[in-house]
Design a protein around this ligand. Structure first.
Ligand code: FA5
Length: 341
């Protein structure tokens, strides 16, 4: 029995020395030290020995078991260290690689252009105010001198939320009445915000777009203030030598009403594809606030006069940055958006 035990121990230790990985080591443990392993098998023979020999042989078994377990633990520690070393080598970080820059957010081109436009008017003493996109017919039409059944309502293809009173504002002009009814002149505000129209999309029309409204009311304001301020705006926004042209236009809430064009930035007024051969590009609608509008908010039109304008910032950005299609603004294509900061 002792010889068998010594032989088992010697063979098992030799095998252990050859074990090369943790999986093989576990196999060795089960085969040699497991509950049905070789050592246990041999130990079962103890019962057949004369009682006098049993204690000494039993002790020899314990020594062999301790020696094998000790050798196993040592080998296991060595193999664990080896495995860790291999893993670290495989996952080595190359500290010389260039870092990955964190992606930084940027302003949307509409936000950028609105900021540029409102910054100009703020520098001229205007305040920036905002108003509701879901609006009442009263403010979107009635108080702007566009009564029910007035044919001018056809100028705005309206999306109704709860007809006939609640709608999505078709322009930012409703804020004219909202501002005037809560303050006395002098008034100088610009109102950027989203507008909605039930219309087909094309390269220059969206069903959701922004407008910036402007309104100035005080004693003694004239068309000269309107022209001077808006021409200064055009020079700041486009080029110092840009020319402006005002022509008659109709909006029920202004009298007289005008549209303002700027000299074409591509051909400088000579006539080209961009300005359709006219040399001019229309950028906004404006006019002197209609006396009826002043009256309806409780201002005395004999004492006060005002001027107002409305422009589309996307259309301004399209001109300024040579963007061929308004639909690029709201499809969230990063290739487009990443060009602005
Ligand atoms: C108006 O909406 C008037 N409220 C402007 C105004 C205000 C006139 C104050 C007088 C006094 P109009 O419908 O022309 O006017 O729109 C003004 C600007 O909004 C246009 O010049 C254009 O730049 C922009 N706009 C209008 N419809 C769209 C659309 N579907 N998509 C993109 N921009 C648009």
């Amino acid at each position: 029995m002792r010889e068998k035990l010594a032989a088992l121990q010697a063979r098992a230790l030799a095998e252990l020395a050859d074990v090369g990985d943790l999986e093989a080591l576990e196999g060795w443990r089960i085969r040699v030290l497991g509950s049905r392993g070789e050592l246990r098998e041999l130990q079962r023979g103890l019962g057949g020995l004369p009682p006098a020999e049993r204690p000494a042989v039993g002790q020899a078994f314990n020594q062999a078991k301790n020696a094998l377990e000790g050798a196993f633990a040592e080998r296991q520690a060595a193999l664990n260290a080896l495995a860790l070393e291999r893993e670290l080598a495989a996952q080595r970080v190359d500290v010389t690689l260039p870092g990955r820059p964190p992606s930084v957010g940027r302003l949307h081109p509409t936000t950028l252009i609105i900021k540029q436009i409102t910054d100009f008017f703020v520098s001229m003493g205007f305040q920036v105010v905002e108003g509701p996109e879901v609006e009442r017919d009263l403010y979107n039409f009635e108080l702007l001198n566009i009564p029910q059944d007035h044919p001018a309502r056809d100028m705005w293809d309206t999306i109704y939320v709860d007809p006939p009173e609640v709608l999505l504002r078709t322009h930012t002009s409703p804020m004219q009445a909202r501002v005037m009814e809560r303050q006395q002149p002098p008034v100088r505000v610009v109102v950027p915000g989203r507008c909605y129209r039930y219309e087909a999309q094309d390269a220059t029309h969206e069903w959701m777009f922004y407008q910036i409204e402007g309104l100035a009311v005080d004693e003694g304001l004239t068309m000269a203030d309107l022209k001077g301020t808006l021409s200064a705006f055009a020079r700041r926004m486009f080029r110092p030598d840009v020319r402006t042209r005002f022509r008659c236009d109709y909006f029920p809430f202004v009298e007289p009403g005008v549209d303002m064009s700027i000299s074409c930035h591509v051909c400088n007024g000579v006539g080209c594809r961009v300005c359709k051969g006219t040399g001019w590009i229309e950028i906004l609608g404006a006019g002197m606030v209609h006396p009826r509008v002043l009256e309806m908010v409780g201002y005395d039109p004999e004492r006060y006069s005002g001027w107002a304008f409305g422009m589309g910032p996307e259309r301004i950005a399209m001109l300024k940055y040579d963007i061929p299609d308004i639909r690029y603004f709201y499809v969230n294509d990063l290739r487009f958006l990443e060009q602005f900061r």
